[in-house]
Design a protein around this ligand. Structure first.
Ligand SMILES: *Cc1c(COP(=O)(O)O)cnc(C)c1O
Length: 366
């Protein structure tokens, strides 16, 4: 095999923590109804698409992008009601911001702590930025924070970073706000409130930023309808943003993303109508899931997905049968002890949700 020399080099050179990792796997979805990745299912009306292309027409793609993305930041400030006393840092998706935090705060003897089951990237990125990852299990029944366990873990591990996804992925619940505040009080390092699903939740910690030097609030435009553009942002006190800017690559937000996002924010009501519809459909979908014999439990959600438990041992079969019917959801069984027999479905368009419920009902009968 010609690769043996490369293999030997890799074993000698690549950091052991990276050698032990497995790359993040995204399953192929071509031709399927895609309900696995929390995307907004709706596109823009043709007339809006034409205007968008018009806004891109004179983009100078022979030039580097605006490294400060000043116009975009001003639009985000307005759109997202960012406090005047806070500043923002842009990332190529919030995934890149998690990586940037790892590079700035990481290193041996530095710990990342997060409740679990949680967002996979916290652990993955801790791995390749040389940080220890400590997971504190959520309560099994309702996925609430286990506060005695959190207090103990924070005192013992002294984490440099605590990640709290609010609402949490893949469980869909928003943690108790009082408990989040207690964690802010206890934290010896920074607390990143990951508000990726803010558009579907309503509640936020962003207004606390001016009073809380340890609080970093992270959001993304991915889940509200712009996943293809890759834009995330971190909101924190200006001193933090100045420091973290040192680790940001100067042109991480490309010209097409800057222009397209500006355009999208000018047409924000469109996105708001879409997310409102998704929120309403989420409640309908939850009721329908709770009535299906194949579903043992479906948890209420503050995000744009629903996690549910199927009968013991049936999750993989359900996932495969849905796939045969042309519907892709996420099988969570095996990913975490608290998620045995669980699956996660993204709230799609009204028609997609109906197709999913029908297919799941058919699996239950067959
Ligand atoms: C999807 C998701 C992200 C990543 O969002 P991008 O901006 O697309 O990188 C971050 N945090 C949580 C909790 C998510 O579910």
């Amino acid at each position: 095999m010609p690769s043996t020399e490369a293999d030997a080099l890799i074993r000698a050179l690549v950091r052991p923590a990276v050698q032990e990792m497995r790359a993040y796997h995204v399953p192929p979805a071509r031709g399927l109804i895609k309900l696995d990745a929390m995307e907004n299912p709706y596109s823009w009306p043709q007339a809006v698409r034409e205007q968008w292309l018009g806004a891109l027409r004179d983009a100078e793609i022979n030039r580097y992008p605006d490294p400060q993305a000043a116009d975009l930041k001003a639009a985000l400030r307005r759109s997202q009601a960012i406090p005047d006393a806070a500043d923002l840092l842009l990332g190529n998706g919030s995934d890149e911001l998690i990586q940037l935090l790892g590079m700035a705060l990481g290193g041996e003897s530095r710990t990342v702590l997060s409740p679990g089951p949680g967002f996979a990237m916290y652990r993955l990125i801790a791995g390749f930025t040389g940080m220890e990852f400590v997971e504190v299990p959520l309560r099994g029944e309702d996925f609430a924070l286990d506060m005695p366990a959190m207090r103990r873990a924070i005192a013992e591990c002294r984490p440099a970073i605590i990640y709290l996804a609010y609402p949490n992925n893949p469980t869909g619940n928003a943690f108790d706000a009082e408990q989040v505040r207690e964690i802010l009080d206890l934290a010896p390092g920074v607390v990143v409130l990951d508000e990726a699903y803010h558009a579907f939740c309503g509640e936020s910690f962003i207004d606390l930023v001016p009073d809380r030097p340890q609080l970093l609030v992270m959001r993304t435009l991915s889940k509200m309808g712009l996943a293809g553009l890759r834009l995330g942002f971190l909101v924190a006190q200006p001193a933090w943003i100045r420091e973290l800017e040192k680790c940001r690559l100067p042109y991480n937000i490309n010209t097409l993303t800057q222009r397209s996002t500006l355009f999208a924010l000018e047409h924000e009501t469109l996105l708001e109508e879409q997310t409102a519809r998704i929120r309403a459909d989420r409640e309908l979908l939850l009721e329908q899931l709770q009535r299906l014999p194949a579903v043992v439990k479906a948890w209420p959600s503050r995000a744009n997905f629903i996690t549910f438990r199927s009968r013991s041992g049936s999750a993989a079969t359900i996932h495969a049968r849905l796939r045969e019917s042309g519907i892709l959801i996420k099988c969570l069984d095996g990913s975490h002890p608290l998620l045995h027999d669980c699956l996660r479905v993204t709230v799609g368009s009204t028609g997609e949700n109906r197709a999913f419920v029908d297919a799941l009902a058919a699996v239950g009968e067959g």
